[in-house]
Design a protein around this ligand. Structure first.
Ligand SMILES: C[S@@+](CC[C@H](N)C(=O)[O-])C[C@H]1O[C@@H](n2cnc3c(N)ncnc32)[C@H](O)[C@@H]1O
Length: 189
């Protein structure tokens, strides 16, 4: 078995499932046109379930079959996809909404841009470098965003919201960049 999958499966086995959806998703999902949504690194599906309940047809991608297996009562409009995002490709021009919460795979940035339909919405929130020892954050720097990195990566989109701040979700604070942006429709020449 893929070593990352085994490691994440072990983490998910120790976790209790069923936390609330990310606050930024609850706040901004209405800016997306209806249609298909992609949840990148969906975990046990707290965000995917919420979006499915709002009527999106959701593809929830994660490397962990243990996490995705925590969706036995999933609605028919939520499709779990067990895949390593190191190799997964996002189909272009497909999604009205792409969410990426607490996960960073830079190779996906151009595919996220291309994966949105015109008018489609991106909601991205992940850990920033530079937090203190009491903060929740991945230990490997490869998984931490630099200052303004997320903003620069998605400048081709129309930015609705961007901030870098200390956030609180669960027991420990985390330091994160949050971006909400729309792929503009092409203006006919
Ligand atoms: C911190 S959790 C965030 C889960 C979810 N986005 C949320 O907000 O609850 C990171 C997730 O990334 C998944 N993951 C880690 N590496 C991955 C990879 N290479 N491909 C796909 N998923 C991966 C893990 O299984 C885990 O569910």
């Amino acid at each position: 078995m893929n070593r990352d999958r085994a490691r994440w499966n072990e983490k998910h086995r120790r976790k209790t499932a069923g936390s609330a959806p990310a606050a930024v998703i609850r706040r901004f999902w209405r800016h997306a046109p209806g249609g298909r949504a992609l949840d990148i690194a969906a975990g046990a599906g707290r965000n995917a379930r919420y979006l499915a309940a709002q009527g999106f047809r959701v593809d929830a991608v994660d490397i962990s079959d243990v996490a995705l297996g925590r969706m036995p009562d999933r609605p028919p409009n939520l499709r779990p996809v067990c895949a390593d995002l190191e190799h997964f490709d996002i189909p272009p021009g497909t999604y009205s909404l792409i969410v990426n919460i607490r996960f960073l795979k830079r190779r996906l940035f151009p595919q996220i841009l291309a994966g949105l339909v015109p008018g489609g919405l991106l909601i991205f929130e992940s850990y920033l470098a530079g937090s203190g020892p009491d903060y929740c954050a991945p230990s490997c720097r490869d998984y931490l965003l630099g200052p303004n990195e997320l903003l620069h990566a998605f400048l081709p989109l129309h930015i609705l919201h961007y901030r870098e701040a200390r956030l609180m979700e669960g027991a420990r604070p985390f330091y994160a960049a949050t971006l909400v942006a729309v792929r503009q429709s092409l203006i006919p020449g």
